[in-house]
Design a protein. Structure first.
Length: 202
């Protein structure tokens, strides 16, 4: 894997959520041999992402291209060829590399709760965890209450879309996910044991 792991906290995820459908659209074009200009043309002129605003299309396209650049080349093809569960987890891999806060959310909250045999995640626990991040990091400390709320929503939604959380009334149940061999092999190849926690592999 191209280890260009982001080590800074960023709130850009609030404007660029999971984007699974949009990523599959771009990947299909990449695998079909479209160049950057042709992909941009499809996204903008034909509104492939079905966004209301041109700038939103451009922002999502730039984010998707960045995420794909973080994956091994064969993984990009697998997003197109694999079943939905596998392709979602491959995309989730890119998100983990992209977002430090997501990595820590998975390891410090979800993984630790599973280790304590506490499979239910309560929203106030996420609030407390984020408050600690705000105390610990100067950059996070500058985030407004509105930004913190959006960050929380996106973190939860990303984990839901990857299959790790399921909404239960006002709480979330932490789920066991069968991580495909292609990802466990990649984790072993890169000797990055931390990613076992990020994928909740015990």
């Amino acid at each position: 894997m191209k280890k260009t792991e982001n080590t800074e906290y960023t709130a850009t995820m609030t404007g660029n959520p999971f984007l699974y459908r949009e990523t599959r659209i771009v990947v299909k074009m990449v695998c079909a041999g479209y160049d950057d200009g042709s992909i941009r043309e499809e996204v903008i002129s034909r509104n492939a992402f079905q966004c209301d605003k041109k700038n939103t299309n451009l922002k999502h396209l730039a984010e998707i291209k960045l995420r794909l650049s973080l994956l091994p080349a064969d993984f990009v093809k697998l997003i197109d060829e694999s079943d939905a569960e596998t392709s979602r987890l491959i995309l989730f891999y890119a998100l983990l590399v992209r977002y430090r806060l997501l990595r820590e959310f998975m390891a410090e909250l979800l993984y630790e709760k599973l280790m304590l045999m506490e499979p239910l995640l309560r929203v106030p626990e996420v609030d407390i965890w984020l408050a600690h991040k705000k105390e610990q990091d100067d950059k996070v400390a500058t985030w407004t209450e509105s930004t913190m709320k959006k960050v929380k929503q996106v973190l939860l939604k990303m984990a839901v879309e990857a299959g790790y959380l399921k909404k239960e009334k006002s709480d979330y149940r932490i789920l066991n996910v069968m991580v495909p061999k292609v990802l466990t092999d990649e984790i072993q190849r890169t000797c990055d044991a931390a990613y076992r926690k990020y994928f909740l592999i015990r």
